[in-house]
Design a protein around this ligand. Structure first.
Ligand SMILES: [Zn+2]
Length: 165
């Protein structure tokens, strides 16, 4: 179930929201091949009206499958935001989009969870399976390998040319 909040129910006080958003509902595209988001996002939130805003407060949790940027070992990373909060304006230029009286909260949960994704996933702090590298670990390693391969190829090409002469 996508996460919809009926704004009118907030007139009677706060509303508890608890459940899970599936990976399909989140429709989250990870830009990093080292991070895979294929487990649901669990939320336990309280929504309340504060003036012209809706305040969301609570916890977000999501398990990720990551590959270590240094040693490429696969491991589990848990995103845990126990004190998450978000202020949704009901008026003004930034106001949230309503479908009838309901607001889809999914994009707000998705965005903050996404921002909590590890930028440089490591299987353990200070993993040192390979010598320290600058930049993006495995990525720079791949680039380096590709470069050395093409260097090698051009060396062989040159030798071939010599043989022909
Ligand atoms: Zn590692």
């Amino acid at each position: 179930m996508p996460l919809f909040l009926n704004i009118e129910t907030l007139a009677n006080g706060h509303v508890e929201l608890k459940g899970e958003l599936s990976p399909e509902e989140l429709d989250m595209e990870t830009l990093d091949e080292l991070v895979e988001a294929n487990e649901p996002l669990a939320y336990a939130l309280t929504a309340e009206r504060t003036g012209d805003n809706v305040l969301l407060r609570g916890s977000l949790r999501m398990r990720l499958r990551c590959d270590c940027a240094r040693c490429l070992r696969s491991f589990e990373h848990c995103i845990d935001l126990p004190d998450w909060s978000c202020l949704l304006p009901l008026a003004g230029g930034e106001k949230i989009v309503l479908t009838g009286v309901s607001a889809d909260l999914t994009p707000y949960l998705r965005e903050d969870t996404f921002l909590a994704f590890p930028q440089h996933p490591l299987c353990e702090p200070g993993c040192g399976k390979t010598p320290k590298r600058t930049g993006r670990g495995a990525h720079s390693l791949k680039i380096r390998e590709a470069t050395s391969r093409s260097d090698e190829a051009s060396v062989w090409a040159e030798l071939d040319n010599l043989n022909l002469d």
